[in-house]
Design a protein around this ligand. Sequence first.
Ligand SMILES: Cc1cc2nc3c(=O)[nH]c(=O)nc-3n(C[C@H](O)[C@H](O)[C@H](O)COP(=O)(O)OP(=O)(O)OC[C@H]3O[C@@H](n4cnc5c(N)ncnc54)[C@H](O)[C@@H]3O)c2cc1C
Length: 482
Amino acid sequence: MAVATTDVLVVGAGPTGLVLAADLARRGVDALLVERAAGLFPGSRGKGLQPRTQEVLYDLGVLDAIRAAGTEYPTMRMWEGAEPGQEWDMMERSEPSDQVPFPDGWLIPQARTQEVLHARLRELGGEVRFGAGLTGLAQDASGVTAELDDGSTVRARYAVAADGGRSTVRGLLGIGMTGETVDAKPMLVADVRVTDDAPVPDTHWHVWPKAPEGTVAFCPLPSPDGGRVFQLVAQYTDESALPDTSPAGVAKLLASRTVLSEEHVAEVLWASDFRARAALADRFRSGRVFLAGDAAHIHSPAGGQGLNTSVQDAYNLSWKLAAVLAGAPESLLDTYEEERIPVAADILGVSTRIHRSETPVRRGGELRQLGIGYRESALTVETRTELSEDALRAGDRAPDGRPGGIRLFDAFRGPHWTLLGVGTAGLPTLDGESVRTVSVPAYEAYGTGVFLVRPDGYVGWAGDGAEGVAEYLARAGVVAGR
Ligand SMILES: Cc1cc2nc3c(=O)[nH]c(=O)nc-3n(C[C@H](O)[C@H](O)[C@H](O)COP(=O)(O)OP(=O)(O)OC[C@H]3O[C@@H](n4cnc5c(N)ncnc54)[C@H](O)[C@@H]3O)c2cc1C
């Protein structure tokens, strides 16, 4: 039987697999993305992109498409039966600033996000092999051998499990999940097209907090054909309830708990039920196989963190895989798990807290994921000793800005590292392909100094001058100083 060979096998074409495969393609890595389903996932599920995720998508060159296909979060309208009541902004809204160009969450159905990522992957020369589910996996010292349910075999140097919360790969590796049920009561989620005369304006996110059998939220979604589509999320007060996800069941639920009648439901495009869980994989790596996204951590949907955390796993891992395949030391790959497990553990705590909160929690602050960093990572080197509390340090997200008219996010954009001199002179000459050198005047977000920005937008090394940076890069296997 023919065995396909590739450098990286990515299993699962959800947001995690698509970001990973697109970033690997951008770096010229030979990768194969296999997906069990016949096509992309069709539902709205993870519909909120947090500011940090938007920055990642800007770097990947898809943010314009994401913005064109999405919208701002609408104001919430609380109802009591047929009576509209108080209005409330769940999302904190802020003005864009030089340092934070995308300060607010962006509403876009997961299916649209996946379509945009898929288009970008294809543009970069990659593709998804649909109808190819992984069923078997073995690894040895030099690679991984995977069996797919289309009868084919793939041999790869590394594999990434981006195959979601019920990850087949995680099961085959025997990696356990530690966690808990956040809420034993079931929830139903569905995408519902309503008739033109349905009495729920598209301007608001409608909520019936006191509906007798459980809270209902009905959020308008941007729809490519201009139709009136809403995401329904219904809770149940009864733990033993069995949500009816059939179109008739969804219409009945809306008629019994909201202002809509069954006739207002024109079509149920997708429906599913679940119980909120929070769980973290015991490891994110086993030899040559990595877990990323929901395969590594499962969240309550409260707080909109699952997809966002997943995208950032992929973004942390892809450049490291590419670097190791190009000759960097294998130990670089250990920093994926080292950096991402604490982040995922923290975010799981936040999602669970929001889910269990008795009062509505305003979304902003930590949910934006802008404060996430890797100060404790083995990859982080801060050489300065007398820094103020709020100074930007090695390990932190490298903020945007336009010092001296240079847009920093444009300087960082692409697969390279950036050696950024801020208000300093005398940067060394480095291999310009892997490391670009940029000098700007002193800028308050950075102060002054030399900052080596990783391909994923975090400061890897910082110093008053550039002494030591070439050694850092050489040790990381990136480039030798010249
Ligand atoms: C009801 C619900 C509501 C949610 N709401 C939000 C929200 O508001 N905000 C947010 O950020 N997140 C939300 N999430 C979470 C978000 O949807 C997930 O975090 C996100 O989809 C994770 O992406 P992923 O690519 O890791 O996994 P998935 O999206 O699950 O993708 C995994 C892919 O792998 C494929 N696959 C599975 N097994 C195999 C196999 N053996 N071989 C090949 N392919 C395989 C699957 O078909 C699938 O396409 C929600 C989730 C649910 C269930």
